[in-house]
Design a protein around this ligand. Structure first.
Ligand SMILES: [Mn+2]
Length: 365
């Protein structure tokens, strides 16, 4: 536990501070700090944020974690702002907000850095201590420490582009396996994210799910929902790779109820103990979520995703969840302040994250 708190203090910064800027979205940040810490003064915010880690010991609330990185995206960026904007919509009394990763916006993962660069940034972030400097490397070590310390408690993470799920899910699987649990991944997305590499790069928004397969007992323990934009037909993924998929089209032809029923008996048959839910906001139709890197039409409505999450949460333990790819500035709002965006997308994100929090709380009681 003291290791976890030590790491939180080193690796993270107060919620909303993960994007390194002075003026942009300052009002939003100040409002959030005011409501959480009753001050907007930077030093006081930092002190109260550090103090809040004590709550990890004194109560059972789920924890909230922001990964303010969008460098693993590739079409339209801006998901680094997701954590602050989504938080601003949430009820604050039900979670412990651990803050954001310290985020150097040019680096994805330490494995891509040379020694000199690594050293230089360790000097800047940690006075030279040998600790991770890229947001995904920080998230990998920190979330592992969390899952190791709290076998029963949920970590709810806000992205970030979808590459942030790479460290989160990898660490979750590692910790859960050490705890002797059989795990499954529930993945909501318009895309499969199953490339092994994109332009030669193995960790990114389009490949994170592929790299989780090797950590699972079987590819069958990865279940995907809402796919509708893929270079390959469904059979390729389900038959060749062995993944369980429900495309957006299947929701229309089979119906939501049938998909929920099938999912429940499937997870039971696979003898799954615990699940991680990764939710890319583009699972939703562009009408509900256009402030995202790759909006896609022909998708689902928020209540459909929520019904599935609720059903899973009733029967299975959800100890990890993330909501990614909300990019609030990727919208007509910048040109037209009367636009409904990013409001609509943020309301959708709020409804999903609120459901995560509700389920996580229920499980802790
Ligand atoms: Mn995705």
């Amino acid at each position: 536990m003291s290791d976890l708190i030590q790491k939180a203090k080193e690796y993270l910064c107060p919620p909303g501070n993960g994007v390194y800027t002075v003026h942009t979205a300052k009002v939003l940040k100040d409002n959030y700090h005011q409501s959480l810490y009753n001050t907007t003064e930077a030093k006081e915010v930092k002190a109260k944020w550090k103090e809040s880690f004590k709550n990890l010991e004194s109560n059972n609330c789920p924890a909230l974690f922001g990964i303010t990185s969008d460098i693993g995206g590739g079409i339209q960026r801006g998901a680094n702002w997701g954590p602050l904007f989504i938080r601003s919509e949430l009820e604050l009394d039900k979670v412990i907000d651990l803050g954001d990763t310290k985020t150097i916006p040019h680096f994805l993962h330490d494995k891509y850095l040379n020694k000199e660069t690594l050293k230089q940034c360790q000097q800047e972030l940690y006075n030279g201590k040998d600790l991770p400097v890229s947001a995904l490397s920080i998230a990998e070590d920190f979330s592992y420490e969390f899952f190791k310390n709290f076998p029963e408690r949920a970590l709810i993470s806000l992205g970030g582009d979808h590459s942030v799920s790479y460290p989160l899910v990898k660490s979750w699987i590692k910790a859960k396996k050490e705890q002797g649990k059989k795990v499954g991944i529930i993945h909501f997305d318009a895309h499969t994210d199953l490339m092994d590499k994109r332009l030669g790069v193995d960790i990114c928004f389009a490949s994170w799910a592929y790299h989780m397969i090797e950590h699972l007992d079987s590819p069958s323990d990865l279940l995907q929902y809402g796919i509708r934009s893929s270079g390959r037909p469904k059979e390729f993924w389900t038959e060749k790779l062995g993944i369980q998929q429900y495309w957006a089209q299947d929701f229309k032809s089979k119906g939501l109820g049938a998909i929920i029923d099938e999912t429940m008996s499937y997870l039971k048959k696979r003898e799954i103990d615990e699940v991680y839910i990764s939710f890319d906001i583009d699972f939703l139709d562009a009408a509900y979520a256009s402030s995202t890197g790759t909006p896609e039409s022909g998708g689902l409505a928020p209540h459909e995703g929520i019904a599935l999450i609720e059903a899973i949460g009733e029967k299975f333990k959800v100890t990890g969840a993330d909501l990614v790819e909300v990019a609030p500035f990727v919208s007509s709002y910048m040109k037209d302040p009367k636009s409904l965006e990013p409001h609509t997308t943020l309301q959708s994100a709020k409804s999903i994250v609120t459901k995560f929090i509700e389920i996580a709380q229920r499980q802790c009681q």
